[in-house]
Design a protein around this ligand. Structure first.
Ligand SMILES: [Zn+2]
Ligand SMILES: [Zn+2]
Length: 75
């Protein structure tokens, strides 16, 4: 019986795809979530405070128009 020497050939095929997680969003500006009533199109309402429309008492749902707006906090 001969000695079987297994030569482990390491494949170096690790090519970086160039997918870097670079956060391009700036966190300097404060952003505010607002939403428009999907029932009566009233608004905008504060997403964090108003959970229902003050006009038709419609509770916020998936069909309501929720959007994010930047706030300029500097005076
Ligand atoms: Zn409404
Ligand atoms: Zn709704």
């Amino acid at each position: 019986m001969g000695k079987y020497s297994s030569a482990s050939s390491s494949k170096s095929s690790s090519s970086s795809g160039g997918k870097q997680a670079s956060s391009s969003r700036t966190g300097s500006k404060t952003q505010k979530w607002i939403w428009y009533c999907g029932n009566c199109k009233f608004g905008p309402w504060n997403y964090q405070i108003d959970t229902h429309c003050f006009n038709c008492s419609h509770q916020i749902c998936n069909t309501c128009d929720v959007r994010q707006i930047p706030i300029d906090t500097r005076k």
